[in-house]
Structures are given as structure tokens and as C-alpha cells.
Design a protein around this ligand. Structure first.
Ligand code: NAP
Length: 265
């Protein structure tokens, strides 16, 4: 049974919740980790799956939270780690609050490196394990007005591929997930509803989760979840860096700002 316990960070909503449900429906027990909304997510997952579901409420932007998550994973014998929790900070870099930018780095980047560093030795020792890193198509292009986020996702993509290379032959696979715009609370939380990407049609988290879990169970290196994501990865490869930056920047520009609206806050 222990082989089938999955820890999912950021499983209280969106892609993480959908991945927890998908894994639960495919025979995994589930440990839900998030800063808020854990009890409600656990209740809903118990309704939708036959999995044994437990929750852990911690702030993963803090080292203590990561250490608590790793300790709980050790107690439960977790062998599948979905490193998904992430936030966005949107707006001109000169106006965004520094503490928000640094918290993004702490959560999106630092917590992933920290948690992976704590759990990889045990997975290698056991000769089995799966790690999924939820990056983004934003990893493939610089993003004016969303630069720290795009850079954090580029970090994750490179890190996950490197780790995969190192762990080849150990029984531990590392899979990178590149979703494009997905219907989750992410855009509202980052105050991006008025941007082009905020207004654009989006993929359902359930579909993203299905494709991501397929890739995870196959031990694939990377999956761009859906046609739009695949198309954006292809476009990013074709364009030179300045064009790529301008193209991607359009997504994060205001779609139709009200007169006098300002990004300043
Ligand atoms: N939506 C998209 O279009 C899209 C596209 C590409 C990639 N992604 C990536 O997908 C991942 C999931 O995002 P989502 O779209 O599903 O958004 P979401 O619904 O807002 O999910 C974010 C999750 O992260 C958790 N979280 C936030 N801060 C945390 C903290 N300090 N400690 C622990 N957990 C924390 C949130 O839980 P609480 O706030 O309840 O604690 C929530 O469960 C992110 O890494 C995002 O970058 C999203």
C-alpha cells in the first residue's frame, strides 16, 4: 500500500486538487498539502474517491513548513511527490511589492528544491519513486509584467530535467508538467483577471490533471497538457528571444483596462 501514497502540494484547489482526485481515483492514497483550505479539500476528495486521504496545513514558503511536509511524507511512506504549489505576482516589476516577489521565489522555487532535497535520498534508497514538477508554458518564454513567475517556472523546468538525468537508473522518475492557461483561482489570486491571459478561454483542471497523471504513471520526461500548450511550446522554439519576449508579454498585458486604470498598488 505504501508504494501508492502520493503527496500533492497545493492540492486545496485548481490543478493540485484535480491531480489529487485523479491519483485517488487511480488507486493512490493521498496526502493533501496546502496553506489553507485543506479540511475542505480532504472532505471533497473523500467524497469523490475511495482513497485514504489525509491533510497537512503548512506554509511551504517557510522552511519549517517544507520540513513538516517531508516528515509527514516519511511517516506515510510517500513514494509519489507532486510539487505543484505556486503563486503568481503580476505587474510592472518596479511597482510590485518586494515581499510578494520574494515569497513567490520561496514557494515556487525554494520549497521545491528543499522538499526534493529532503525526499530524494529515501526514494533512491527505496529504488522507486515518482516526482512531478508542475512548471508552466511560461517556462519557455520571458514574460514582461510576469517576469519572476516565468523565471521561477523556467528554473523548475531546468531543475526537473537535471534531476531526471541524475536519477536515471535509480528507479526514480522525474516528470515536468507544462500547463497552459487553466481555469483555476490562480488568475484571481494574482489579480490578473483583466489581462489577455486572464480573459482567454482556458483548459479544465481535470483534463490537465488527467494528462499529467498519465505522464507521471508512464514515467515520461515532460508533458505539455493539451493542444494549446503544445502549440505554445512549438511557437517558443521558433521565435528568436526578442520576438518570444514580445509575444509572451502580450498575454500579461491588460486586455481592456478601464480609463485611468493603473497597475500601481
Ligand atoms: N492556472 C494556470 O493557468 C496555470 C498554468 C500553468 C502552470 N500553473 C501552475 O500550476 C500550479 C497550481 O496552480 P493553480 O492554477 O492550480 O492555482 P491555484 O488553484 O491557486 O492553486 C495553488 C495552490 O497552491 C497552494 N499554495 C499557495 N501558497 C501556498 C503556500 N505558501 N504554502 C502551501 N500551499 C500554498 C494553494 O493553497 P492555499 O492558498 O489554499 O493554501 C493552492 O492549493 C502552480 O504552480 C501554477 O504556477 C497554473
Amino acid at each position: 500500500m505504501a508504494e501508492h501514497v502520493a503527496l500533492i502540494t497545493g492540492a486545496s484547489s485548481g490543478i493540485g486538487f484535480a491531480m489529487a482526485r485523479e491519483l485517488g481515483q487511480r488507486g493512490h492514497d493521498v496526502l493533501v498539502v496546502a496553506e489553507r483550505g485543506v479540511d475542505e479539500a480532504v472532505r471533497r476528495l473523500r467524497e469523490h474517491t475511495d482513497a485514504r486521504v489525509t491533510g497537512l496545513q503548512v506554509d511551504l514558503a517557510l522552511p519549517d513548513g517544507v520540513e513538516e511536509a517531508a516528515a509527514r511524507a516519511g511517516e506515510l511512506g510517500v513514494r509519489t511527490f507532486v510539487l505543484n504549489a505556486g503563486v503568481g505576482v503580476h505587474g510592472p516589476f518596479r511597482y510590485t511589492p518586494l515581499q510578494d516577489e520574494l515569497r513567490l521565489v520561496d514557494l515556487n522555487v525554494r520549497s521545491v528544491v528543499h522538499l526534493a532535497h529532503l525526499v530524494v535520498p529515501d526514494l533512491v534508497g527505496a529504488g522507486t519513486g515518482r516526482i512531478v514538477v508542475v512548471s508552466s508554458i511560461a517556462a519557455t518564454m520571458p514574460a514582461p509584467l510576469f517576469g519572476t513567475y516565468a523565471a521561477s517556472k523556467a528554473f523548475l523546468r531546468s531543475f526537473a530535467w537535471s534531476l531526471r538525468g541524475e536519477l536515471a537508473g535509480t528507479g526514480v522518475s522525474v516528470t515536468t508538467v507544462l500547463p497552459s492557461g487553466t481555469r483555476t483561482p490562480f488568475f484571481r489570486a494574482a489579480k490578473m483577471e483583466r489581462t489577455h491571459i486572464g480573459r482567454a478561454p482556458k483548459a479544465s483542471p481535470a483534463r490537465v490533471a488527467r494528462l499529467a497523471v498519465d505522464a507521471l504513471l508512464d514515467g515520461r520526461a515532460e508533458v505539455a497538457t493539451g493542444l494549446q500548450a503544445k502549440a505554445l511550446v512549438a511557437v517558443s522554439r521558433l521565435l528568436p528571444q526578442p520576438a518570444r519576449t514580445a509575444f509572451h508579454g502580450w498575454f500579461y498585458a491588460p486586455g481592456a483596462p478601464p480609463p485611468g486604470a493603473s497597475f500601481r498598488r
